[in-house]
Write a protein that binds this ligand. Structure first.
Ligand SMILES: [Zn+2]
Ligand SMILES: [Zn+2]
Length: 420
């Protein structure tokens, strides 16, 4: 155990804040979730907390993005990020602080709203971290940036903050750090160097044919038959073009065409969700997808080329090797081997890393668990995955503690690992 790690550990131990106010904030955020781009209430609470804790605060960056800056002498600049938005899911946890809210989403539809991804725990624990590090100001040097990001679930919030000149408004960080709640044992942190989460691309395809009477298919260029061929052939991208050593997925989970049983429509629209870990693999998947769509359209004799539109892009999340190993050492010193686990590589995606790649600086992302210990023991005994609900599920109900305490400690420890 190196002495700097010892020091970071003892600071976290000594300056750990009273947890009750942050537990209250957590339950409050959980009960009052806000969809991406609508985080007005959450961001206002986070901003006033930072102000009270002595940070210079800037609000309304890229929507409801909030940043607090604490300049504390010469040393590295470290950025800590938490996302704030919730999901359009009707909550079925039965918790006393469950959400019953609904809101109009960016697509104009009224939807139920739930914190089913744990972003409520990210905000509450980041508030706790900001308090701990402000109290411990006499023990570190550098510049600390606390960033509350909007609109992660739509994959747009980090980009929106960057496009709103984030890095002209605040000091440029030397490293960017973030964490995410996962359905793992509460009190545990999970970390791995290198590839951590997948890149995601959502593509909208509009196929143009020629409509006709259902009884006279010879007059049509049937876009439904054409789209069907495209979707079947797209199954060969991963199975025939990507080597078995690489990982990718191509899913069509949305297809719309036609309004009547006897009318061949003019067009069909479908969407593809593509996941990959490696930039070169991602490129070849995207190229193959476009080639197949164009090729099948030509085979059908269309007179108008299909439209291929990128709807959403998440970058891959890649943990800097050196910084991750350094942070893992801190985690091992503080939490011990029992509570510091090797993280799996996730096929889910995040826009977190944009905050680092924009500047070409390293970033580290890790997980902290939220599953009740009794439930976890039962899961370990039976290996029955249905015992544990997962992020984006209506019954996802992390336990408040030791989840929040661990998140505050992990984030504070991470900041202190890279500050002076
Ligand atoms: Zn999510
Ligand atoms: Zn999330």
């Amino acid at each position: 155990m190196a002495s700097s790690e010892n020091k970071a550990c003892s600071i976290v131990d000594h300056y750990g804040p009273d947890l009750e106010p942050f537990e209250d904030h957590y339950r409050d955020f959980h009960q009052n979730p806000e969809l991406g781009t609508q985080e007005e209430r959450t961001s206002a609470i986070a901003a006033s907390h930072l102000q009270e804790a002595g940070y210079e605060v800037i609000t309304h960056i890229g929507g409801f993005g909030v940043v607090g800056v604490l300049k504390n002498g010469h040393g590295p600049t470290v950025l800590l990020r938490a996302d704030m938005d919730a999901l359009p899911i009707r909550e079925q946890t039965g918790l006393p602080y469950a959400s019953t809210l609904e809101a109009v989403d960016t697509d104009g539809d009224r939807k139920p709203v739930m914190h089913a991804c744990g972003h409520d725990s990210h905000v509450a624990s980041m508030m706790g971290t900001s308090t701990l590090l402000a109290h411990a100001k006499g023990k570190w040097n550098g510049t600390l940036i606390i960033l509350f990001q909007p609109d992660e679930e739509h994959g747009a919030g980090a980009r929106a903050m960057l496009d709103d000149d984030l890095y002209d408004k605040i000091p440029k960080p030397d490293i960017v750090l973030g964490q995410h709640l996962t359905p793992d044992k509460a009190g545990v942190v999970l970390i791995r160097p290198g590839s951590f989460m997948a890149a995601a691309d959502t593509i909208k395809v509009t196929v143009f044919g020629r409509g006709a009477h259902g009884a006279q298919p010879q007059d049509s260029i049937d876009p439904i038959v054409l789209a069907a061929h495209m979707i079947v052939r797209l199954q060969t991208v991963v199975s025939r073009e990507i080597g078995p050593q690489d990982v990718a997925s191509v899913t069509c989970a949305y297809i719309h065409g036609g309004k009547a049983h006897n009318v061949i429509p003019n067009e069909v629209e479908f969407m593809l969700n593509i996941r990959s870990f490696d930039a070169a693999v991602r490129e070849s998947v995207l190229k193959a997808v476009k080639r197949i769509i164009r090729g099948e359209a030509i085979a059908s004799g269309v007179t108008k080329e299909p439209e291929i539109e990128s709807v959403l892009t998440f970058p891959p999340t890649h943990n800097d090797e050196e910084a991750t190993l350094k942070l893992k050492e801190s985690f091992l010193s503080y939490f011990g081997r029992d509570r510091t686990w090797e993280a799996p590589r996730h096929t889910a995606s995040e826009d977190f890393s944009l905050l680092a790649t924009e500047l070409g600086v390293p970033s580290v992302f890790w997980n902290f668990g939220g599953v009740d210990h009794k439930k976890w023991r039962e899961y370990e005994r039976t290996k029955d995955k249905t015992l544990i609900s997962s992020a984006h599920q209506a019954d996802y109900a992390p336990v408040v503690q030791p989840t929040l305490k661990t998140a505050i400690e992990a984030m504070s420890l991470a900041a202190l690992t890279f500050l002076k």
